[in-house]
Ligand binder design. Sequence first.
Ligand code: SF4
Length: 385
Amino acid sequence: MKFIDEFRDGGLASGLAAAIRLAAKRTRDYHFMEFCGGHTHAIARYGVSDLLPPNVRMIHGPGCPVCVLPVGRIDMAIRLVREAGVTLCSYGDPLRVPASGGLSLLKAKAGLGRNGGVRGDIRMIYSSADALRLAQREPERQVVFFAIGFETTTPPTAVVIKQAQALGLKNFSVLCCHVLTPSAIASILESPAVRQWGSVPLDGFIGPAHVSTIIGSRPYEFFAEEYRKPVVIAGFEPLDVMQAILMLITQVNDGRAVVENEFARAVTREGNRKAQQLVAEVFELRRSFAWRGLGELPYSALRIRGCFADFDAERRFAVDYQAVADHPACECGAVLRGVKRPQDCRIFGSACTPENPVGSCMVSSEGACAAHYSFGRFGEVAVAK
Ligand code: SF4
């Protein structure tokens, strides 16, 4: 198949659905986690769950970069603007993630200048290069790029840091919140809900698409081998996801637990070596990083290496992370760990909607709650609550 429509073909989807029904044994249940928010979005948008037999269940994982940002990290970004007077450049979705005190970056932006004397600003950008260009264009501003995301978005951040160094920019830095996929998968597999209590039954994973183009399929081999969980890396189209589910069911039936690659049109075992080298040159592992829902995870995120310290906003402005509890009604943590479904949260679709998100999982279209709300035909449920 060459064109994207072919990966959304209804006839082929029906055929795959029939193959899945045939392969799934009626004597057992199958529970698969799609790690990545892109898959969650595709499953909700194209109604993939509706095409599966009742004994094949999908569990949403923590692979939405906006969702796993803890409140304290958004607070840090707001403090940089309000206290250090920087111009913070962020992608659109993080602007709406709830922070402490009913704030978000968007609300903080609206309040800037009201009390006079605040020099900071918040700008929405489409790429890290936009932030660099702003710093070049307006040297009187201290521009900070709010860098979030998994391994897919890390190489472009590395590029702008190297460019800023080459240009000798004194007014550009990065608030680095890049996180690592394998650590999150390990955390899920090591969690009591999976290992001791069995409250999250897991028979296998759909591995990320874009992340795997960078890191390759090799890092997942450990999970398949050590935890006896099959992994199938899949593209983001509905037929990709359905094919991956069929491959996972087949592995489970055969008693196999290996890494298979459904997304061979973009992912290799080794990944993108050039991007990996670039990332290794600019970043190093953080000892510990707080994730929303998963807590403090050792060596689960990146920080900027000492040789690029001038471009590290945390060092330049001496701003530190302070843990803050989520909204008391918010179940984002449980949703991100696969312990609860979005509709299990009592404020889903009532107090918490994409227009007025209370938790981070309702912000991005890749968030499980936003995907369910937008495509899961829950509008009627919300009204009835
Ligand atoms: S409905 Fe809102 S508050 Fe509840 S888990 Fe989802 S995002 Fe969090």
